[in-house]
Design a protein around this ligand. Structure first.
Ligand code: 4AD
Ligand code: MG
Length: 431
């Protein structure tokens, strides 16, 4: 008898099949039993009347949730089921019967409890569609760059230098030397871009973030690109195309999952329909102050400011021309005023915060050394990076995107921890 998966079941109507998975839930109305069986691709309802098989009915009626099993039966069309069919149950084989009650109930439990049981929580409810959409977004990110002729590459995780400032570094002992977990692959991607032209990678990044927000984790997958001979405007254009591509690919491939999450896909489509607006930092500060926010020119934008901005625009918006004092040393200075940088942050709509940080890079050796000195960075450990400006330096640009933040927005999820299989936060290293 063929084994089918839940997502393919509707193509086998009228056939006798086997499905294998876990008992998600069970209910009965007197003489009829309904088993919800999930297999990772979806949930199917298996139905049995007591009059059809009293022994099977009695056995299946007392199975605990998350029993792993194989169910056998005939697939019947059912227009009310999200998957379009149900299984008329004819046989059931227990693979493993849980020894205790499954700790995750299908009703509300506290976030702390759920996170303590994350390894089991991921089997339930919204968590499965979220993780499936995550797979799609990761794949779409790679497809976007592959289709455009970029070369996939990697950056090391163990590094000897910082890229995004020294306050969020995880430090470790490296055979007697000091090493850091990578905060971003950027500096290495700048090197590979000088070898390969246009490159991208998707890899882990670490930040010792002491803040507990809905948008920060200490470990996340950063999606970065670096492009030789690309300047600021083209950099923003690529970012915009990428964001639109990710949204459209997810809607095309995961509409069922987005529907389960009750995400308004029409809204998502309109959010990426038009070119993203661009606004200068100075204008943002002025506007925020006029709205009653207490923020000084020269301060970084915090969560409430980004939220206000994203409500004002309702679409992703690029904030440009940040003062150099709040941005990293590698950013090229603005040609009109070298107190500002030639970079931008992309702020997501609906309060989802910063999705992308990017810039044109300083490609002049002397200017870059001067930036480092201004930032109080020792130049010695960065000699390899400075070499990129000694041997055939070219204008180049790049950016980094936190895919979990993009996922939070696409899925409409309140907290970043739900779109990461095992989120790491200041107070969370287990499970
Ligand atoms: O803005 P960031 O710090 O920029 C960089 O790391 C650059 N070197 C990237 C580049 O130009 N290649 O980080 C990039 C993105 C942010 O916009 C945000 O989406 C995400 O990474 N990010 C985080 N996501 C989750 N938790 C955190 N603690 C994050 N910190 C940054
Ligand atoms: Mg940033």
């Amino acid at each position: 008898m063929p084994i089918v998966t839940v997502d393919a079941a509707s193509r086998h109507l009228g056939e006798s099949v086997t499905l294998q998975g876990w008992l998600y839930n069970r209910r009965s109305s007197g003489k009829i039993l309904f088993l919800q069986v999930r297999d990772g691709t979806g949930v199917i309802q298996a139905v049995l009347s007591e009059s059809d098989d009293a022994d099977l009915f009695a056995m299946a009626s007392e199975l605990p949730r998350e029993t792993s099993l194989r169910v056998r039966g005939t697939l019947r069309e059912d227009a009310r089921a999200p998957i379009g069919c149900e299984l008329q149950l004819e046989g059931l084989e227990i693979v493993h019967r849980p020894t205790k009650d499954f700790p995750i109930e299908l009703k509300e439990q506290t976030p702390a409890y759920l996170m303590d049981h994350r390894h089991l929580w991921i089997r339930t409810g919204r968590q499965i569609p979220l993780l499936r959409i995550r797979d799609t977004v990761f794949r779409a990110f790679r497809a976007f760059f592959h289709e455009r002729g970029f070369v996939a590459t990697e950056a090391p995780i163990l590094t000897g230098t910082s890229v995004e400032g020294t306050t969020t570094l995880f430090e470790l002992d490296y055979f007697g030397d000091r090493a850091y977990l990578g905060q971003s692959g950027q500096l290495y991607l700048e090197a590979t871009a000088m070898a390969l032209g246009k490159v991208y990678w998707l890899g882990p990044a670490f930040r010792a973030e002491k803040s507990k927000t809905r948008n920060h984790v200490t470990e996340f997958w950063i999606a970065e690109a670096e492009m030789a001979f690309v300047e600021h405007d083209e950099n923003l254009k690529i970012q915009e195309d990428l964001v639109r591509y990710l949204v459209e690919a997810t809607i095309a491939e995961r509409s069922a999952e987005l529907a389960l999450l009750e995400r308004d896909t029409e809204l998502l489509k309109t959010q990426v329909a038009e070119p993203f607006p661009r606004i200068d930092y100075a204008e943002v500060i002025e506007w925020l102050r006029s709205e009653g926010h207490e923020i000084e020119f020269g301060s970084d934008l915090g969560a409430p400011h980004e939220e206000a901005l994203s409500v004002r625009f309702g679409v992703p918006v690029f904030v440009e021309r940040f003062p150099k004092t709040i941005k990293p040393f590698y950013m090229k200075r603005h040609p009109d005023n070298d107190g500002f940088v030639l970079g931008a942050d992309l702020i997501g709509p609906e309060g989802y915060g910063e999705l992308i940080g990017g810039s044109q890079r300083e490609d002049d050796l002397d200017a870059l050394v001067a930036h480092m000195e201004e930032a109080g960075l020792p130049t010695e450990p960065y000699q390899w990076y400075l070499d990129l400006r000694r041997y055939g330096s070219v204008p180049h640009s790049g950016f980094g995107m936190g895919l979990a933040r993009v996922l939070r927005w696409i899925c409409g999820v309140p907290h970043i921890r739900e779109v990461i299989p095992f989120a790491r936060q200041i107070n969370r290293l287990y499970p």
